[in-house]
Design a protein around this ligand. Structure first.
Ligand SMILES: NC(=O)c1ccc[n+]([C@@H]2O[C@H](COP(=O)([O-])OP(=O)(O)OC[C@H]3O[C@@H](n4cnc5c(N)ncnc54)[C@H](O)[C@@H]3O)[C@@H](O)[C@H]2O)c1
Length: 369
């Protein structure tokens, strides 16, 4: 089977200005149609998750992977992880089409890139899926075994929790969550974990998900109020935490918001950069997504360092998200522009002067097992 996959696997380059390399990956024999996008490897080899999603067509998938890969460049620059920005999307329904053969064929494509792109889990792709991918290629992180860092989602949730605390500190001059109302859109892997952290810190939770069973389960654990996927955006709350899909902050939804801050883990929350200006003009504090959700990246990064993975170092590094956001809020305030713009300029500066460029090659400790 592996040989048949290799024979029919094709990698074709798609040229798009502003992106280093975009590759269409096809293997019709196993139903694989994927795109690997390398936005920038100026600072280091690229690292980013694999999203498995039933995109209606390639054009939409391409647009998504390009935005996600670019966000990874900035996420790494701002979190000082010394990676480039890359991402992959597989056009497939993870519930129906995600076969062992499909993942193995994708893994072969990753392997052919010889470490230019290091992959991890993302929406639709579990740590068990990346474990399977690691049977074909070492260029994988976030595996569920002792020489790896495991599921990054817990660290993403912790970083988002710290980000919510930073937003409260900016608004109320206190990061205390006791009695604060937090609305979470999407209680998947990260959102669910985040909700539990917020619950124990004393927050009142308002939640929403397409999956009602998950909502009921979390309600039982935390007493959260459940709202519909549309109503959650209009919830009167201190912080709205988008933890589902991207593009949720746009010209239609922003006028509906009744929160003081937006601080959640979803990637690419703004449909357009200008949506950040609209949030700022309405006095809504925005925690830039590529800073607040860097916990998972920081966690997986550590397993590629010479000394190997350490959850304690990972936690301590993720804790810094709080201070990084406080700095961004201050820059934005001083310059009278949006927090998103402040974060982008910070990243552009680091990229221009190649600050934090990787010197050491990554160590794939799990591959030596
Ligand atoms: N997993 C990580 O470590 C990580 C790291 C950085 C960023 N992110 C981003 O955070 C977001 C969530 O990631 P995840 O790993 O928890 O994904 P997930 O697939 O486990 O969870 C997403 C949840 O959102 C729900 N959802 C989808 N559309 C919705 C809608 N319109 N309204 C309400 N709920 C909706 C889904 O039913 C699902 O439960 C994604 O945007 C992801 O890219 C995740």
């Amino acid at each position: 089977m592996a040989q048949a996959c290799e024979k029919t696997l094709t990698l074709e380059e798609i040229s798009v200005s502003g992106y280093e390399k975009i590759i269409r990956v096809l293997n019709p024999e196993v139903g694989l149609h994927a795109i690997i996008c390398i936005h920038s490897s100026v600072i280091g080899p690229t690292l980013g998750g694999i999203r498995i999603y039933p995109y209606p067509n390639e054009e939409i998938a391409l647009k998504d992977v390009m935005r996600l890969a670019k966000a990874m460049t900035y996420k790494s620059l701002l979190s000082e992880c010394s990676w480039g920005g890359g991402k992959a999307v597989i056009i497939a329904d993870p519930k129906v089409d995600k076969t062992k053969e499909l993942l193995s064929a994708f893994a072969e494509a990753v392997h052919q890139l010889k470490g230019e792109y290091i992959c991890a889990e993302d929406v639709g792709c579990s740590p068990e899926d990346v474990l399977l991918i690691s049977k074909t290629t070492p260029y994988v992180v976030g595996l569920p075994h002792e020489k790896s860092s495991g599921n990054p989602a817990i660290f993403t949730a912790w970083g988002t929790f710290r980000g919510i605390q930073s937003a409260l500190k900016k608004i109320y001059n206190s990061s205390d969550l006791e009695g604060r109302k937090i609305a979470i859109q999407g209680i998947g892997t990260v959102g669910f974990e985040l909700a539990r952290l917020l619950f124990w810190a004393g927050a009142h939770l308002i939640i929403s998900d397409l999956d009602q069973k998950r909502c009921l389960e979390l309600q039982q654990l935390t007493g959260a109020v459940i709202l519909s996927t549309e109503e959650i955006l209009k919830a009167e709350c201190d912080v709205l935490a988008p933890c589902a899909m991207g593009g949720i902050l746009n010209s239609r939804t922003i006028p509906l918001l009744r929160c003081l801050a937006v601080a959640g883990c979803a990637n690419n929350q703004l449909l357009n950069d200008s949506d950040a200006d609209e949030l700022a003009s309405r006095g809504i504090l925005y925690a830039p997504d590529f800073i607040i959700n860097a916990g998972g990246l920081i966690n997986v990064s550590l397993e590629l360092e010479a000394e190997g993975y350490s959850p304690i170092r990972a936690r301590n590094r993720v804790n810094r998200i709080y201070d990084q956001l406080m700095v961004i809020y201050k820059i934005a305030e001083q310059n009278r522009f949006s927090t998103h713009r402040a974060a982008l300029s910070f990243g552009d500066y680091r990229l221009k002067y190649q600050i934090g460029k990787r010197i050491e090659p990554p160590y794939f400790h799990h591959a030596s097992m």
